[in-house]
Design a protein around this ligand. Structure first.
Ligand code: FMN
Length: 350
């Protein structure tokens, strides 16, 4: 297959390949999708302040995450139901991630269990994303399975006590087919019915207990304010993902790009900051690192890669971002990504 050269081309091709129901589920956001669109726009509106006559003959995109050196700052974001896009599901995506040494984050709503993912793609660096179930037995079973299967971190998603109003799914009357397996849940449920099994009464006290008891470092995903980032640190988190869940939860909240600087100022020296939402270009990655992130999560583009070309498509998506990042590091005059700071960017807002 001829694979596209940009993430935008992957998005267009995937839209042609997928049926309306699944496409709406993967592409859509909450309500008017203002935050979803703004999340891409916010990166684009930040200007780069390039410096010249710097020796950029060698570039180094590496970063440090959870105390370990990583060759680059990309992570595949946790996303539900890869099987709707490709019959090989999450292992296929993970193979594309492994080919570029990109950590793969397996969702609680994955269509592959942690043990099966680890067995299928033993060489992929892997994290497990947790939704806390009302049934704590289900929760602890998942956490144990992940730790036993070589998952290196627990990404606890805290921005989905209830599901956002996904109007594309409502219009399409989108339901997950009963034949699609779902971790911890029964099959044949609508998304809202699955989400009903999650514990909407969860608080910072529960998070603190989870972090205390966890064998794995806990990363809190779905924080948009410095106040909550501070609470995550107090609860024992090793990392925070500044995220609006791809604009799928509460419409009109801030873009990741907008929320990141204040969070970085509050806790950037204390925990690993990751940002996601609308990362579509290597320049977006550079801007995220300049504003205090150690890594970025890439969501929908990985799904478009999977839809268009399976593992090879996922791999190409990640390689395109890395190639763009390499050029951006050189042309910004900042060859060492880990040394980026806010002097490399000009924000259009406070
Ligand atoms: C189809 C889809 C399913 C998702 N499922 C999950 C999930 O199960 N758990 C989670 O923490 N985040 C989930 N997310 C949010 C992503 O992890 C990530 O925050 C977001 O997609 C990043 O934005 P981007 O798609 O613009 O890159 C999902 C996002 C999409 C698009």
């Amino acid at each position: 297959v001829e694979l596209p050269e940009t993430l935008a081309d992957f998005e267009r091709l995937a839209a042609e390949r997928l049926d309306a129901g699944p496409h709406g589920y993967f592409a859509g956001g909450a309500a008017d999708e203002l935050t979803m669109r703004a999340s891409e726009e916010a990166w684009r509106r930040i200007q780069i302040r390039p410096r010249v006559l710097v020796d950029v003959s060698e570039r180094d995109p590496s970063t440090t995450l959870l105390g370990e050196r990583r060759p680059h700052p990309l992570i595949v974001a946790p996303m539900a139901f890869h099987r709707l896009v490709h019959p090989e599901a999450e292992p296929e995506t993970a193979r594309g991630a492994a080919a570029t040494a990109t950590p793969f984050c397996l969702s609680t709503l994955a269509t592959t269990s942690p043990a099966d993912l680890a067995a299928a793609v033993p060489d992929v660096p892997r994290w497990f994303q947790l939704y806390v179930f009302k049934d704590r037995g289900v929760t602890s079973g998942l956490v144990e399975a992940a730790a036993d299967s070589g998952f290196e971190a627990l990404v606890v998603t805290v921005d989905l006590p209830v599901q956002g109003r996904r109007e594309r799914d409502l219009r399409n009357a989108f339901r997950i087919d009963a034949s699609v397996p779902s971790v911890g849940g029964r099959s044949g449920l609508s998304l809202p019915e699955m989400v009903e099994q999650f514990d909407a009464s969860l608080t910072w006290d529960d998070l603190g207990r989870l972090a205390d008891e966890s064998r794995l470092p806990v990363i809190v995903k779905g924080v948009l304010t410095p106040e909550d980032a501070r609470r995550a640190v107090a609860a024992g988190a090793a990392g925070v993902v500044v995220s609006n869940h791809g604009g799928r939860q509460l419409d009109t909240v801030a873009a990741g790009a907008e929320a990141l600087p204040d969070v970085a100022e509050e806790v950037g020296d204390e925990v690993d900051l990751i940002v996601d939402g609308g990362i579509r270009r290597g320049t977006d990655v550079l801007k995220a690192m300049a504003l205090g992130a150690r890594a970025v999560m890439v969501g929908r583009p990985a799904i478009w890669g999977l839809a268009v070309g399976g593992a090879e498509g996922v791999r190409r998506v990640l390689e395109v971002l890395l190639a763009e990042l390499d050029v951006a590091l050189a042309l910004t005059g900042t060859p060492v990504a880990a040394e980026l700071d806010a002097t490399s960017v000009q924000r259009p807002y406070g």
